[in-house]
Design a protein around this ligand. Structure first.
Ligand SMILES: Cc1ncc(COP(=O)(O)O)c(C=O)c1O
Length: 465
């Protein structure tokens, strides 16, 4: 039984999994399945995995502790969503207060203040014409809703525009529709594609996006896909401003502006997938703001409630919503879930937006992001590194292959940092609350990892650190 451990400072830490019971309820608080996770089926994880999963027991600030008391800098912000870190007192208070007042009432037959206030707040945050928000529970649902809104908007106007143009290296979620939007090899499923999709390949390896002319090359491919297709122009184009699962690559400067111009010229709806980049991650409130191009539909999720509770949102213009008056079946959007716009989630999201503002976390992401990305670029000379890139608090090192990336993630964990492997890339995307010491701890863990991971496949000689 795990009962004690030491944190990274050598301080003895009592494991939260020690045997105990709650005096008020008499229930045992000792997990019955300590050491046995055979009943938990984890998605996106091999059933026969030989490496046991890390047992996360608690979190505080930008640190998490495992059940043995080992402390880690959370370089992945849980799933890139814990933007305000763990145990933030204002978020916990907002959740509790809303749960006591009204935990939820569904939004098909009523409205509640947390949802109306959050929709209003998002409208002011986006500014301009992005004034209407529908809530969902996850990033996948937000993308599914965004795409359906685009297609149904055209159908309501009597048009047959149904095609969606995406980047093949894009990731937009794991429902059947969302998987069909991606061309990433492990995302494609065997179900029939619900909608026609044109998936544009990147002009080369991730480093090609840094080359002069990369934006033009990508735009030429989108131009062809939008204007040169035998079925006519698509319903929408859909892109992430920074590729997440595609390997942490920022799209080249000028690309989104060019895409906006192409959409305006062809009447195509521009959907931005801000599920991962939204709410400060890239050092701006939204990823599209780096290029000054404003989309017609924006999908957000991850950071919106800081990962404390699930929520997603799709924000669009009044003009898009108005088209649904003519929707033939309902005269509205035929999409929604029992817990869409959950009151606790909306109240938490409002508190997250307050925290972002009061703690100036977007600016912090820009400052700490510059330190992180500069640190990653400094590794660029290492023979194990093929390319270093990033924007804001998204940093990626392209290694020689997925095995090297996995080995680096394991090595970094031994040195107290959680990172993520995406293909051959190792990515760091910590909470926006991270400070210089936290960034340096991530960089140190990578330095150790580079020294320790055997680069046999590339024949590199090393001296141990
Ligand atoms: C860019 C992007 N879109 C969509 C999604 C899907 O979000 P979720 O996992 O909440 O369904 C993700 C999740 O990683 C993402 O990064």
């Amino acid at each position: 039984m795990r009962s004690t451990g030491t944190d990274a400072n050598g301080t003895a830490t009592r494991s939260p999994w020690r045997p105990s019971s709650d005096a008020s309820t008499g229930w045992s608080t000792t997990p019955q399945d300590d050491g046995d996770d055979s009943r938990l089926w984890r998605g996106w994880s091999p059933v026969g995995a030989t490496t046991p999963p890390i047992r996360i027991a608690r979190g505080a600030g930008y640190h998490v502790w495992d059940a043995d008391g080992q402390r880690y800098v959370d370089g992945v912000a849980s799933a890139l969503n814990a933007i305000c870190g763990y145990g933030h007192p204002r978020l916990v208070a907002a959740m509790t207060a809303q749960a006591e007042r009204l935990h939820h009432f569904e939004l098909m037959s009523g409205v509640h203040a947390p949802a109306t206030r959050l929709a209003d707040r998002l409208s002011r945050l986006f500014g301009g014409e992005l004034t209407r928000t529908v809530f969902v529970n996850s990033g996948s649902e937000a993308i599914e809703a965004a795409v359906r809104i685009a297609v149904d908007h055209w159908a309501s106007r009597g048009s047959g525009r149904r095609r969606v143009v995406t980047l093949a290296a894009g990731y937009h979620g794991s429902t059947a529709l969302c998987q069909s939007l991606s061309g990433l090899p492990h995302m494609r499923n065997e179900y029939a594609d619900p909608l026609p999709v044109t998936r544009i390949p990147l002009p080369g390896p991730p480093s090609a996006l840094d080359e002069p002319g990369a934006a033009q090359a990508l735009l030429a491919a989108f131009e062809e896909a939008v204007t040169g297709h035998p079925d006519g122009p698509p319903a929408a184009v859909l892109v992430e401003p920074v590729l997440n699962v595609g390997g942490g690559s920022p799209l080249p400067a000028g690309f989104l502006t060019g895409l906006r111009e192409l959409c305006d010229r062809t009447g195509t709806l521009f959907i931005a997938d801000e599920v991962f980049t939204g709410f400060g991650r890239t050092g701006r409130m939204f990823g599209f703001q780096h290029d000054g191009a404003v989309p017609d539909i924006v999908a957000t999720s991850k950071g919106l409630a800081g990962g404390y509770v699930p929520i997603g949102a799709v924000t669009t213009t009044a003009a898009v919503v108005e088209a649904f008056r003519a929707e033939p079946v309902l005269g509205g959007l035929r999409y929604g879930h029992t817990t869409s716009g959950h009151a606790v989630a909306c109240a938490t999201a409002l508190a997250v937006l307050d925290v972002l503002e009061d703690e100036r976390l977007v600016q912090r992401a820009a400052e700490m992001g510059a330190r992180l990305v500069d640190g990653f670029r400094a590794f660029g000379g290492d023979p194990a590194v093929r390319h270093a890139r990033g924007r804001g608090l998204v940093a990626a090192l392209e290694l020689h292959g997925p095995a090297e990336a996995e080995a680096m993630v394991r090595a970094a964990a031994r040195h107290g940092a959680l990172l993520r492997a995406q293909g051959a890339a190792v990515m760091a995307m910590p909470p926006l609350t991270i400070d210089a010491a936290g960034v340096d701890a991530l960089l140190d863990a990578i330095r150790h990892g580079l020294a320790e991971t055997a680069p046999a496949s590339v024949g590199v000689e090393r001296t141990p650190a």
